[in-house]
Design a protein around this ligand. Structure first.
Ligand code: NAD
Length: 239
């Protein structure tokens, strides 16, 4: 029970990595609010659904108000909701650029502008932002995604400084997952998947639970002296 009695928000918690984190956190004793555009793809005790488009600033404030009214505090925020809209830069549309920046980068600001000061006032809290290997290394056809995910690393380091400056034990960390089996990889051809696996030292893609376990560690009190950190969970990928 490594998250006993903690109140945790997981964005994009309906499916993929967010669903894995929501289920794992609940098994570890947390009450989880899984905020997502779509309905939960699973049922689990102590996981409740909140319908939210993370690009909607007012909706994010409503989620914050709802959790504060019901539970009185927020111990953990996992900024996980994310999408891709890939295209080579010369072909990328304004819509593709703007949507990925809105969902994968600005949405973190929409939530943390409320949750960060609340954690500061509580004197403690843990925020884990989900970036990507693409934010560290770049990737052909993903200029929008690489920019957003690199931005997530900058936000992590900034908020780690900003919300701890008065002595509060607010920790802000980031995970850069390697390629992991979720819907996000569904449209990727098998030969590309094989090529990605070959680029890792472990010779395979990741499983959602392997990312969720890293998020659990950073969210928990076991990581009480870790902040502003970027944790690569990628099987030893060399891009
Ligand atoms: P996924 O598509 O399986 O799940 C993403 C979830 O986010 C879905 O439930 C979706 O409904 C939700 N979502 C999307 N847009 C939203 C919005 N505007 N508002 C609210 N919810 C929204 O993807 P995943 O693989 O689980 O990805 C989760 C995170 O991990 C993303 O930030 C992604 O960029 C990152 N990531 C994934 C991989 C990978 O290989 N799977 C690798 C690196 C980073």
């Amino acid at each position: 029970m490594r998250l006993k009695d903690k109140i945790a928000i997981v964005t994009g918690g309906a499916d993929g990595l967010g669903a894995e984190m929501s289920k794992l956190f609940a098994r570890e004793g947390a009450t989880v609010i899984a905020a997502d555009m779509k309905e939960l793809t699973f049922e689990a005790e102590n996981v409740e659904y909140f319908q939210l488009n993370v690009t909607d600033g007012e909706g994010c404030k409503k989620l914050f108000d709802y959790v504060m009214e019901k539970y009185g505090r927020i111990d953990i925020l996992i900024n996980n909701a994310g999408i891709t809209r890939d295209a080579m830069t010369r072909k990328m549309t304004d819509e593709q650029w703007d949507l990925v920046i809105d969902v994968d980068l600005k949405s973190l600001f929409n939530l943390v502008r409320h949750v960060g000061p609340q954690m500061e006032a509580q004197g403690a809290g843990s925020i884990v932002n989900i970036s990507s290997v693409v934010g560290e290394f770049g990737n052909i056809g993903q200029a929008n995604y690489a920019a957003a995910k690199a931005g997530v690393i900058g936000l992590t380091k900034t908020w780690a400084k900003e919300f701890a400056r008065k002595g509060a034990q607010v920790r802000v960390n980031c995970i850069t997952p390697g390629h992991t089996f979720t819907n996000i990889l569904k449209t990727v051809p098998q030969d590309v998947i094989d090529g990605l696996a070959a680029k890792t030292m472990l010779g395979r893609l990741g499983e959602p639970i392997e990312i969720a376990n890293a998020a659990l560690f950073l969210a928990s009190d076991e990581a009480s002296y870790i902040t502003g950190h970027v944790l690569s969970v990628n099987g030893g990928m060399r891009l």
